[in-house]
Ligand binder design. Structure first.
Ligand SMILES: *Cc1c(COP(=O)(O)O)cnc(C)c1O
Length: 419
């Protein structure tokens, strides 16, 4: 078995090379003990992904268990509020478990089963990927351990309860800042000890090769469906596709099938948090520098000594200090445009969608929506069809939004002198 098995040749330049590099980004930067588990996963993934019966089972589950295809909805009232733009929403929020993450966990759990693994592990920050992994573990009768920073456990109790209800063990991680990056480091370390029996389900297009490639393959269904649906609904491709970028899995999922359509503009939106100038954000593509995190070379928020900065966003699903290597590459070659949206702008978009469409979006997805409202004026006079990835629903964020807004209201009422 070799770790440098080649990816199937594609008729485009967006395939990683045999070492898992997208341009200079990606690859495998792990200790010796993880080399052979990763090679095993890669060999199994390449074999499974070229087997029609694997895809048939994946598609069957996505249709009957997840509820795909997710619809595309023309947001008519929202569009009327904005000048010169027609907004189409790809409704990943309607998937079982409420977001796009389950597309990936179904695929990886199928692979785990095919490899004869009896247990899965995962890392989680906000808990969404942990819930999606616990869900498919229950579905396939696999034992499940989810690594989660103790600070995140405190902040995300409802998802901790969900994982436990689904039969998963939630393992608190107390190193570093006790958040997502620490949970992923610990999951990788633990995996190196138990890889014989255990499959590691990574939650986004990050981590060492083959994960960025494999997760993209499981998320590209979002874009494949969207491309056909837009052609059916509007008779043409969208002018622009917009998605929020945390690690980058929903974004690459919706972008990938449009990469060769040069006339379709692709826009990824990072969280500017409290503002890029405050340092409290997670805009790794916008302000990051090249480094290695969690086994991959990519753009990171770090100081000049390579110390990783804590990422911040109102939206827990976006606050990762790195980003998938493929995004770093696509940005460098100019195929995707990267913008940033602050907490405040995202909240405004959150309320707009509630008010005009009766849809409560996830705070992550609200960043993509905010970018549409920001650009709407600039599109005129030509009217544009904009496809937005509504990556998840916002029920999980209600308490957070209410708390945030009552806090902001207090600050405003109290004025700076009481601070
Ligand atoms: C986790 C999450 C994201 C961010 O993850 P990506 O890998 O960047 O897609 C975005 N939206 C929702 C709803 C999420 O749960």
């Amino acid at each position: 078995m070799t770790s440098s098995a080649d990816y199937p040749a594609l008729d485009c330049v967006y395939q990683p090379d045999s070492g898992g590099f997208f341009g200079e980004y990606g690859g495998i930067y792990v200790g010796e003990t993880l080399m052979s588990p990763l090679a095993e996963v890669k060999a199994a993934a390449l074999e499974a992904l070229s087997d029609k019966t694997f895809w048939d089972e994946y598609r069957y589950l996505l249709e009957h268990y997840v509820g795909r295809p997710s619809p595309i909805y023309f947001a008519k009232r929202l569009s009327q509020q904005l000048s010169s733009v027609r907004v189409y929403l790809k409704r990943e929020d309607l998937n079982h478990t409420g977001a796009h993450k389950v597309n990936n966990t179904v695929g990886q759990a199928l692979l785990a089963k095919r490899m004869g693994k009896k247990r899965v592990i995962a890392e989680t920050g906000a808990g969404q990927h942990g819930v999606a992994t616990a869900t498919v573990a229950a579905l396939f009768g696999l034992e499940c351990k989810v690594f989660m920073g103790s600070e995140d456990i405190r902040r995300q109790q409802p998802n901790v309860q969900r994982m436990k209800l689904l039969g998963a063990e939630v393992v608190p991680v107390n190193s570093g800042t006790s958040t997502l990056k620490d949970a992923m480091s610990e999951a990788l370390r633990y995996w190196s000890e138990v890889a014989d029996s255990t499959f590691y389900v990574v939650g986004t297009v990050a981590g060492p090769d083959p994960y960025p490639y494999m997760v993209r393959e499981f998320q590209k269904i979002i874009g494949e469906e969207s491309r056909n649906q837009m052609l059916t609904i509007t008779g043409k491709l969208p002018d622009c596709v917009i998605a929020a970028v945390g690690g980058g899995s929903n974004a690459i999922g919706i972008f990938y099938p449009f990469l060769e359509d040069k006339e379709v503009e692709l826009v990824g939106v990072e969280a500017a948090g409290k503002g890029l100038e405050t340092g409290e954000h997670c805009a790794s593509l916008t302000l990051g520098t090249i480094g290695v995190l969690h086994g991959t070379k990519t753009k990171l928020l770090q100081d000049k000594h390579g110390q990783i900065h804590e990422a911040y966003s109102i939206s827990a699903g976006l606050d990762y200090p790195g980003v998938g290597p493929e995004h770093a590459y696509l940005k460098d070659i100019g195929r995707i445009r990267i913008e940033t949206i602050t907490d405040k702008e995202a909240l405004e978009a959150f309320h707009l969608l509630c008010k005009y469409e009766g849809i409560i979006p996830a705070l992550e997805s609200s960043h993509a929506l905010a970018q549409v409202t920001k650009e709407a004026g600039g599109f005129s006079p030509r009217s544009r069809n904009v496809l937005v990835c509504l990556s998840g629903r916002g029920d999980k964020d209600l308490q957070h939004v209410l708390d945030y807004e009552s806090q902001s209201a207090c600050m405003f009422a109290g004025g700076p002198s009481t601070a």
